[in-house]
Ligand binder design. Structure first.
Ligand SMILES: NC(=O)c1ccc[n+]([C@@H]2O[C@H](COP(=O)([O-])OP(=O)(O)OC[C@H]3O[C@@H](n4cnc5c(N)ncnc54)[C@H](O)[C@@H]3O)[C@@H](O)[C@H]2O)c1
Length: 347
């Protein structure tokens, strides 16, 4: 594989049908790469509809817990995004979360190395920092995962890093909380949800007091961060962890930004109860210094984009947009109708 940004690689994207994956897949195809979309497609295949005018996309509907080196033949780079993708989904069944988010990713990174893949990029999360006491946490700050989701991400990071050698370059992206429109829309992410409530109810309730800090980043900037790693020389990214984000905000400030950005009347209430223990503010200096990566899409841009997409019917707030609810309904279906099994597993 060349590090020439203009060269074309074959890139396997696990979780390609997801919120970030369906945007990243389009971004990689637009850059001229071939993409193997590897996903169970829990949210449907239609999130990739129209993504491939050039015929460079192939789809593999398979579970990362079953991935084999044969699935990775001819692949140059893996972007690993398949996971139960937030804290509440991770708490439904912590054993399942471990099996997918830790052991499944471990299996994928190990299979990639065995198959001769040269780069592996893990989509991890700033939630590995937990209730950070200090501001502007850098990548070497202590981690303190508070949930099964965060713990599994951290373990997957360690396993991937242990595989680094001259022929295999693992890189970890610790993404901030993402916002913005995607073909697999998520209305369980804070800015997206606040914008939805503002549009549907004319009202935003901020839970947990709203003083907790949260790092944020637009979904297209996450895709750009993956590309920045892909385009960088291997020696600059191998074995490296990068925080990926735009800025840090207190949750209550976000509510007021959403209110001020929208062209409709919106009221904001701060609920003092339900203290949210996740509280961290992150430094994004390393990605800027080492990769030249700077997130460029602002919160107001994201809010306007979601507002327009709702207004013109480009996104809907259906059940699939709430990740934990959707996974619960799949598990309920499993209990009710054992016949809907896929590869011996429902979830
Ligand atoms: N969205 C965020 O705010 C955010 C922030 C930080 C980190 N991340 C991480 O980025 C990654 C992608 O997040 P997202 O928001 O796109 O989530 P998502 O839920 O929209 O997408 C995850 C995709 O993985 C697939 N998947 C789940 N389990 C699988 C399995 N066992 N085998 C194969 N495919 C499976 C799902 O079908 C889905 O298409 C996740 O690892 C998540 O933890 C997301």
């Amino acid at each position: 594989m060349s590090t020439d940004p203009n060269s074309q690689s074959t890139i396997l994207v696990s979780g390609a049908g997801g919120y970030i994956g369906s945007v990243l897949t389009r971004e990689l195809l637009a850059a001229g790469h071939r993409v193997v979309a590897f996903d169970r497609f829990f949210f449907g295949r239609e999130t990739l509809d129209g993504a491939d005018p050039g015929g460079k996309l192939s789809i593999v509907q398979k579970d990362i817990r079953d991935v084999e080196p044969a699935d990775l033949q001819g692949v140059d780079i893996v972007c690993d995004l398949a996971a139960l993708s937030n804290d509440p989904s991770g708490e439904i069944d912590p054993g399942l979360t471990h099996a997918i988010n830790h052991a499944g990713r471990q299996r994928l990174s190990a299979a990639a190395k065995r198959a001769g893949v040269r780069r592996y990029i893990l989509s991890s999360s700033c939630s590995v920092y937990g209730a950070g006491e200090t501001l502007d946490l850098s990548e070497d700050a202590p981690t303190a995962p508070l949930t099964a989701y965060a713990e599994s991400s951290l373990r997957a990071e360690h396993d991937a890093m242990a595989l680094a050698d001259a022929g295999f370059s693992p890189t970890v992206l610790r993404n901030a909380t993402v916002f913005g429109v995607s073909p697999r829309m998520r209305f369980d992410l804070v800015i997206n949800l606040m914008t939805l409530h503002a549009v549907e109810r004319g009202h935003i309730t901020v839970m947990g007091g709203g003083r907790q800090w949260r790092p944020l980043v637009h979904v297209r900037d996450v895709a750009r961060a993956f590309r920045a790693v892909i385009d960088a020389p291997a020696e600059r990214v191998s074995g490296q962890v990068f925080n990926v984000g735009l800025c840090n905000m207190q949750i209550r400030s976000l509510a007021f930004i959403v209110r001020e950005t929208l062209p409709i009347p919106v009221t904001v209430a701060i609920a003092p109860d339900d203290a949210d223990r996740r509280n961290y503010s992150i430094s994004f200096a390393k990605a800027r210094a080492r990769l030249g990566f700077v997130a460029t899409t602002g919160i107001e841009d994201g809010v306007r984009e979601i507002y327009d997409a709702l207004k013109y019917g480009r996104v809907e707030s259906g059940p699939k947009t709430v990740t934990v609810g959707w996974y619960r309904s799949i598990l309920d279906a499993k209990r009710l109708i054992s016949a809907v099994e896929l590869n011996g597993r429902v979830l």
